[in-house]
Write a protein that binds this ligand. Structure first.
Ligand code: PCA
Length: 323
């Protein structure tokens, strides 16, 4: 009795010591709901890190803006309030236009180009994040962005005056130049924004359309494949450096696996989720030449002003991409 109690106590004390020395939990805010493929991928990433470190680093995912609202996530990681987080990369274009390249309309419109764009962006983005005390772990593209409306859209003129849901400054500009009336709405708030009539059209992926049950409030999906914006997962550099070497390696390995898996998931989503839109009664159409010509003109105009804003760094990035 005494012996077993003594031994039990010793084991507990040792386990307690090990826990104190090593185990750590990282809170991870993310902006999108659990069913989003990016969030599914992040949960896999967290599991991989836990498994590879024998539970010494647990990542606790707080999805759908539940810990920090989307626009606050990058700041929360920068300030060290949380060690890790996910956000929409081009939101950082508010700090520096260079971050917005992947949201430029019609610059990269398919997966091959989106991968080349990411390759051209990566060093530039790593450098800019480093200045903010951040380190990129991985980034994954959303499927090509399409146009959701309550009627057929044959030309840019048909967008005039539509109350348009947007998610960043670039899309806001695109909507304005199209003659629409933009309103910023985060993904978890999409169904309510439509059902209350705050918005009546949007540009987003088939994934977000399906996750938001677009068929409850929209009828047409026009496959304009306008751009493939990315989510990025970043860590606070100081938090990362505090990890021991083996744990750092485990995080980097899991991140590399998550990037590859995420792009595969994204590719698979494009067709599968477009089919789900159609199965639920959305009219899925290819765009008219007139619509595409009009939208491309707006994109070209936006790229010119982006070049001015993004300066030499932006030019170098574009050259690397267009090579
Ligand atoms: N879904 C997110 C970002 C891009 C996308 O496809 C959104 O609509 O906010």
């Amino acid at each position: 009795m005494f012996v077993s109690r003594y031994l039990g106590g010793a084991v507990a004390a040792l386990a307690g010591l090990a826990v104190q020395v090593q185990a750590e939990t990282w809170d991870m805010p993310t902006p999108y709901p659990d069913a989003t493929f990016h969030t599914v991928n992040i949960n896999e990433f967290a599991k991989d890190v836990s498994a590879a470190t024998d539970g010494n680093l647990e990542i606790k995912v707080h999805s759908a803006g539940s810990l920090f609202k989307h626009p606050e996530i990058s700041k929360a990681v920068r300030s060290g309030q949380v060690p890790i987080g996910e956000f929409f990369l081009s939101l950082l274009a508010n700090d520096n236009a260079v971050f917005g390249a992947d949201s430029m309309p019609f610059l990269a419109t398919n997966y091959e180009d989106a991968e080349r764009l990411w390759a051209a962006q990566k060093d530039v983005i790593d450098g800019l994040l480093d200045e903010q005390g951040l380190m990129a772990l991985y980034a994954v593209a959303w499927p090509p962005q399409g146009l959701y409306t309550t009627k057929e859209i044959a030309s840019v003129d048909d967008l005039a005056g539509l109350k348009f849901r947007t998610y960043n400054a670039t899309l806001e500009e695109f909507a304005n130049l199209s003659g629409a009336a933009p309103t910023q709405v985060e993904v978890p708030d999409i169904p309510q924004a439509f059902s209350t009539g705050r918005v009546e059209a949007m540009i987003t992926s088939p994934s977000t359309g399906v996750n938001s049950k677009a068929w409850d409030f929209l009828s047409h999906y026009t496959n304009i494949q306008a751009w493939l914006p990315k989510n990025i997962v970043v860590v606070n550099k100081r938090s990362f450096r505090r990890l021991d070497d083996a744990t750092q390696t485990a995080v980097l390995d899991a991140a590399a696996a998550a990037e590859a898996r995420g792009w595969d998931m994204s590719r698979a989503e494009t067709e599968a989720q477009t089919a789900v839109l159609a199965e639920n009664g959305i009219t899925v159409v290819e765009p008219s030449d007139e619509l595409m010509t009009g939208l491309r003109e707006i994109g070209a105009q936006m790229l010119e002003s982006w070049k001015t804003d993004a300066g030499e760094t932006g030019e170098a990035l574009l050259n690397a991409y267009q090579q």
